[in-house]
Write a protein that binds this ligand. Structure first.
Ligand code: ZN
Length: 506
């Protein structure tokens, strides 16, 4: 493995993009033969295997100069090293459509997955240069954030410059880059969010099966199984977006799967397929009642291999989703409106924790020694199919006091509306008390609610985000993130539940 990486680094230092001469890549991951006008694929030898930040910005500026009626360049903030987190707004500004559907597209949240940015550069180019996409730009407003973790990408590392993984930080919000993304998404208010990543096909667990195996998929799709996400949003993601896009990619000679990582049970290797954690984008934006999809394209550790194919795979996914978004504009809007209303009505109980179904799932490998495909079945934690474990009624509102600046910031940056106490008074509330088993029980108690208590109406459009952050046993709650603590003697949290009627008295 090490020799493989070193060899790739040496090769790309000398030759820029590598021509595909190995039987393996020609057979399984052939590059498209047409020329691709992205800086890295136009043969400039000063590049590594991906387009560097300043050249990406220059490329976008040139396109914006040519198409001022289609492209507006902006910034959602700065990285820790002072690089602009560039935003590229693409739409036909002269189109008569007033209620365009909004799509946000994110790239390179992980810096060591750099071709996700190149894929988006190609997308920006094609959307604005190819007249075949004009109809999409009449109806859609597309915000592309092509290089969110520009510091990490320039340094070819996953995290930000201070070591934070941005796709594990969407509930803790410790990195300025994550806060900027969340605020940009809340401002733009997209109905659809697409997040492009690359996966490592040479996963060490699989090397135990055979040194010759690497993952055989071109692209794996991650979408949420979190039961607090509105069921109609989950259904639309799986049936209207993922399923037809898988078919389209297969028609374009790509191997596709739902996204899986590995877990261990002693010596046995199991798959962990899908996800429910709100600290990552696939679930985080779905809890905000948005269509949220994360694509993992075969790339990390591949260096300059099959770069054009990887760019094209991102492009095929993105254009499939954009066409779907365009054709289902009114259904998407009405599904999201209904989900927002359902949050405001508090229609469903809160699922605090849940567990995935166990399934036997096939997984595709390529054997790099024999140049054959190989399918192996694994016991799989299948996260798209969850059973509730702890459930709780939805309260009318939550109170937090004392409430730190950090907790207020997390709540508001997550899109929640906070209220102030106008009439401090004594009230009977529900308190979270930690039991001997380490989970929480609700106790009824009379307390004095002070002026500086923070009130959060639970019946607001972002109500699903709220319950995910507040209910303490959830794996990404402010309690689990260490942002609130139990009171040492009593074992209670500074979080209280009240009814909607009580809320109106405060
Ligand atoms: Zn990633």
């Amino acid at each position: 493995m090490k020799r493989f990486i070193t060899l790739n680094i040496i090769l790309c230092l000398f030759s820029g993009l590598q021509a595909q001469d190995s039987v393996f890549y020609k057979k399984f991951f052939p590059d498209p033969s047409y020329s691709m006008p992205v800086p890295i694929t136009t043969g400039n030898k000063s590049f590594n295997y991906f387009t560097k930040y300043k050249d990406a910005v220059q490329f976008i500026k040139e396109l914006a100069g040519k198409h001022p009626q289609l492209i507006k360049i902006g910034s959602i903030g700065e990285t820790q090293r002072g690089r602009d987190q560039v935003s590229v707004l693409i739409t036909n500004q002269n189109s008569p459509e007033k209620e365009k559907l909004r799509v946000a597209i994110l790239g390179s949240i992980h810096g060591n997955e750099p071709i996700s940015t190149d894929g988006l550069l190609f997308l920006i180019h094609q959307l604005t240069e190819d007249a075949g996409y004009a109809q999409l730009l009449d109806q859609l407003e597309i915000m592309v954030l092509p290089d969110i973790n520009a510091d990490g990408r320039e340094a070819e590392k996953r995290t930000t410059s201070n070591g934070i993984d941005l796709n594990r930080d969407l509930t803790s919000l410790n990195a300025p880059e994550s806060r900027n993304i969340k605020m940009a998404i809340n401002r733009f208010d997209p109905q659809v969010v697409l997040d492009f990543h690359e996966f490592n096909p040479h996963r060490s667990d699989f090397k135990e099966l055979s040194d010759c195996y690497s993952i055989g998929y071109d692209v794996m799709f991650l979408y949420t199984g979190n039961l607090n996400v509105d069921p109609s949003i989950r259904k639309m993601i799986a049936e209207d977006f993922i399923a037809p896009t898988k078919t389209y990619l297969t028609q374009n000679h790509r191997e596709v799967s739902d996204y899986a990582t590995t877990r261990r049970d002693g010596k046995e290797i199991l798959l962990n397929m899908g996800g429910t954690a709100s600290r990552s984008s696939a679930t985080n934006y779905a809890l905000q009642n948005r269509i949220s999809l994360l694509m993992e394209i075969r790339g990390v550790t591949e260096g300059n291999q099959s770069v054009k194919r990887r760019i094209e795979t991102s492009f095929l996914c993105a254009t499939s989703y954009l066409r779907i978004a365009d054709s289902l504009r009114s259904q998407i809007k009405s599904t999201i409106d209904a989900a927002n209303k359902s949050s405001v009505n508090g229609d469903r109980n809160i699922v605090v924790t849940s567990e995935p179904a166990m399934k036997q799932m096939p997984f595709l490998f390529v054997d790099e020694c024999t140049n054959e495909h190989k399918t192996i079945e694994f016991r799989t934690y299948y996260n798209m199919d969850q059973t509730p474990v702890i459930t709780r009624d939805r309260p009318g509102a939550y109170l937090i006091f004392p409430c730190s600046k950090k907790v207020k910031d997390v709540l508001t940056t997550s899109g929640l509306v906070l209220k102030e106490v106008n009439n401090p008074q004594e009230m009977t509330v529900q308190v979270y008390k930690k039991n001997d088993a380490g989970s929480f029980e609700l106790e009824t108690k009379k307390i004095n609610i002070p002026k500086d208590a923070v009130i959060i109406d639970a019946l607001q459009p972002m109500g699903n985000t709220l319950s995910d952050l507040i209910e303490p046993e959830g794996s990404n709650s402010i309690y689990m993130n260490g942002q609130i603590k139990t009171e040492a003697k009593k074992g209670t949290l500074p979080v209280y539940r009240i009814s909607h009627e009580q809320l109106s008295k405060l």
